[in-house]
Design a protein around this ligand. Structure first.
Ligand code: PLP
Length: 393
């Protein structure tokens, strides 16, 4: 049998400007193909230590427990939730899109009592709404929120939300899957107790790993549980022995080559420097927003609440969502995201994540989208869009 990948059309070249995965740097692809060694080989254990150290720099934390769990962002999310919550615990979850809703569903499966702070989709979480809810529920033990809600492109003020949660002595759980490396995430400075992320958004690494970081307060909660964590695989306690014990104890076989890829992608981010990475995302976002506006399209999120790495744009009346996206994909090799839930058919989600966040990609997206719209009979000012974007860059 010939290779399942051999057919030329199996793996087309794409420009990834959706909600993840983002474009992978060739150095990361090379790293993935280095020879596999044993996951308890001393050389690999040293690499694990280097990955933890690099993750601390990217996540702006000194937390000892900072490591990638072997699974996608959703697994990291659920692992944090099931370690921090027990049956009967009351928690407050802020919901302004799909991922906040998932956080609630996961907490409920732990037997926790979830109080939701519901927010309009496309808006940041309102700190005052959180404060009001906590005042009504002073027995809540944890506050969870999504920093950059990928389903809408809204960026919440994590620092302020954390400060409010701290006033009520709640443990703070932050989803930084899309925010990490695209905008500042300052775990220690903001006092975030437990944070999880993913590799395929602004870290520009293939999907499948979930960085997590817990401070002492969060680890103390895990240590003082009344009941065992109901998942064997996701229980953090034995993971500590595997990732940071004096003598490493087998827990599961870490995805060795995937971790090579993560190591390289973290090195690339740190080589650029965190401030330069954040600045590149901001600049690409401003260029894209200027271009889209010049085309007569409307951004779905108010300007002060936009996550630069995920741009939600309203689909104009009379334009067919699916056929535009498939013509972008088929004619230009360009992937952009569809709307989810109540926003399905109403927005496109244009990602500027990690290696995808370049001014070249912005121009490519604007020209491709202009052609696709014009082919459907929606005339737009394509050259005006290109000029508006160039003026920002
Ligand atoms: C993508 C994403 C997740 C889930 O990550 P997967 O790697 O797809 O499992 C969780 N939260 C947010 C905000 C995300 O954008």
């Amino acid at each position: 049998m010939k290779s399942l990948l051999a057919d030329d059309h199996r793996l087309p070249e794409r420009v990834l400007m959706g909600p993840g995965p983002s474009q992978i740097h060739p150095r990361v692809l090379q790293a993935l193909s280095l020879p596999t060694i044993g996951h308890l080989d001393p050389a690999f254990v040293r690499l694990m230590d280097d990955i933890k150290q690099a993750l601390r720099s990217v996540m702006q934390t000194e937390n000892t427990f900072t490591l990638p769990v072997s699974g996608p962002g959703s697994l990291a999310q659920e692992a944090c939730i099931i370690n921090l919550l027990e049956p009967g615990d009351k928690c407050v979850i802020c919901i302004n899109g799909v991922f906040g809703g998932r956080m609630k569903a996961m907490a409920e499966r732990c037997g926790a009592q979830v109080i939701a702070v519901e927010q309009a989709w496309g808006r940041a979480v309102d700190p005052q709404a959180l404060r009001d809810t906590l005042q009504a529920h002073p027995d809540a033990v944890l506050v969870g929120f999504v920093h950059a809600e990928t389903s809408t492109g809204a960026l919440s003020d994590a620092e302020t939300l954390a400060a409010v949660a701290r006033e009520f002595d709640c443990l703070i759980l932050a989803d930084t899957v899309t925010s990490l490396a695209g905008v500042p995430v300052r775990i220690d400075e903001w006092g975030l107790d437990a944070v999880y992320s993913g590799t395929q958004k602004c870290l520009s690494c293939p999907p499948g790993l979930g960085p997590v970081s817990l401070n002492e307060r969060a680890l103390e909660r895990v240590r003082s549980r009344r009941t065992p964590v109901q998942s064997w695989f996701m229980d953090f306690a034995p993971l500590i022995d595997y990732w940071q014990g004096e003598k490493r104890v087998y827990h599961h076989t870490a995805p060795v080559n995937a971790l090579y890829g993560l190591a390289e992608s973290l090195a690339i981010v740190l080589e650029e420097s965190m401030p330069a990475t954040w600045q590149r995302h901001r600049q690409a976002h401003e260029a894209l927003a200027a271009g889209l506006q010049a085309m007569g399209l409307k951004m779905a999120v108010p300007v002060a609440e936009r996550a630069p790495q995920l741009n939600a744009v309203e689909i104009p009346d009379g334009v067919d969502d699916a056929s535009i996206r498939s013509s972008l994909l088929d004619q230009f090799g360009l992937e952009v995201g569809a709307g989810l839930g109540p926003l399905a058919g109403r927005i496109w989600r244009i990602g500027l994540m990690g290696q995808s966040a370049t001014l070249e990609n912005v121009q490519f997206c604007l020209s491709s989208l202009s052609s696709a719209l014009e082919a459907q009979g929606h005339a737009v000012d394509a050259s005006g869009a290109q000029r508006a974007a160039a003026a920002v860059g």
